[in-house]
Write a protein that binds this ligand. Sequence first.
Ligand code: ARG
Length: 600
Amino acid sequence: MSDLKTVLSEAVAAAFAAEGVDPALARVTPSDRPDLADFQSNGALAAAKALKANPRDLAGKIAERLSADARFASVEVAGPGFINLKLSDALLAERATEVANDAAHAGAATVAEPRQVVIDYGGPNVAKPMHVGHLRSAIIGESLKRLFRFRGDHVTGDAHFGDWGFQMGLLIVACGDEKLADAFMAEGDGPFPVDSPVTLADLDRLYPQAAGKAKEDPVFRDRARKATAELQNGRSGYRALWQHFVAVSREALKREYGDLSVDFDLWNGESDADPQMPEMLAHLKETGLLVEDDGAQVVHVAKPGETRKKKLADGSVIEAPSPPPLLVISSEGSAMYGTTDLATILDRKKALAPDLALYVVDERQAEHFEQVFRAAYLAGYAEQGALEHLGFGTMNGQDGKPFKTRAGGVLKLRDLIDQATDKARERLREAKLGDDLSPEEFEAIAHKVAIAALKFADLSNARTTSYVFDLDRFMSFEGKTGPYLLYQSVRIKSLLRKGAEQGLTPGAIVIAEPAERDLALTLDAFSTAVSDAYDKRMPHLVAEHAYRVAQSFSKFYAACPVLIAPDEATKRSRLALSAAALRQLEIALNLLGIDTPERM
Ligand code: ARG
């Protein structure tokens, strides 16, 4: 059985058709007035207009046909011709049973034709510190990866590690100047030391220094540019040193992402597309797409007439192409950020043949992706529309500027997780939760609460909006927060455990009370929440649903005693409803990348 909206749409469409009305107009939506009805159809209004009939009369005739259907408890015409549908308890019980029995998907439908999907997210850089954009990308990307997989697609998550740009040249030159890596500075083919000459701490120190110096010192900057080009052109010592940078950074990042429950299928870097370069450049030249521009090589991506005003250095204003051309090879001979992105599209086409590639990257890179995607479509590396940039807003501090950690500097994932875990411990103690647990278990729970708070706070906002970092609010056990949802799931788990101790197991679901109806309707709505979140690439729709389940369960639990219900059958029915709610809540949280503890 499909979800109720689909089942009802079919029933109403059949009634429309029987009245000679276009069944496509029979749209059914959840009721605006849940006190009066479960669902409604407003289609008779448009249909009557088309037929030049009286809408109330037409709605009445359709309602009469529907009344004969035992699945409806009542069908009523309201206002100018709305049809209000109230479902029978039996239909709700049937649907709730189905949700309860669907251990894998808890009632959510999967796609008819699975696609090959690549999700490019995270995007951290070697040595360069992470910023909030990387954090949001990891959180949102992980959720989308899980959501697409849950719907049945074949998904590959790729970190697209930033390992090939100018920062590599900066680090090489900085290591050379500090005499940290003399053995790697020699020309020729080595062999070079297999142990890393630098630690993570060295990289953390060297990069900001070198980046600062490059801003002030043009000679240093040119040396770094030259080193970047030499690295990319294959100088062996530089490659060997660079591999150490990459390995040291990647290991640290893997640990931190692991703590966030973020996991990539591929840890490919920008450099992994390098082998595609000769073929790509030859092809772009052959097709006439790659052209010389002031010593550099570019691909023009704006169509004729697509221009915007641009102010030149001398103050004059010209109409410049918009988006600007994609810079493929700089005048120093280096591959640029856009070059590696274009080559990566070609690489993925060969390796994965994706139907769709989603790029979960800061909204501020929108123009970059517009340039890269247009170039890829022109070159035939992807089907028109198969590349999507999913931008997002910023996580801001209380001052309205992009969030910084306690130390005041750029974001350190480790700092952020520690800060959140401190707060989680504090809150758990205040709420007298976890008192009876061993110290190890308490720590594990504090960690889960911390991650749930950070992730839920992020994912409960629409992807495209910015929000303010407010740990006190994120960490509250009340309201729309991660900790509240964990607390609710733990409560249901404990209820089920108590039931089991009393020898009670979930039984046949019977729907009778209003709170049971409401819970059944909420469980039914999961399928739509998941498919809408998938279609719009908006995880907050799943977050909202998780919150609705928790609230609906809470009301149900207050109104309908479970373990002290009047009779055995009712106890077992309510246990089954509770178990279904728990399963759906856990699945929804899992789609957000949030793990629930057993107790707290
Ligand atoms: N490393 C990039 C940055 O720090 C993000 C990478 C995003 N993905 C991509 N395919 N360009 O801005």
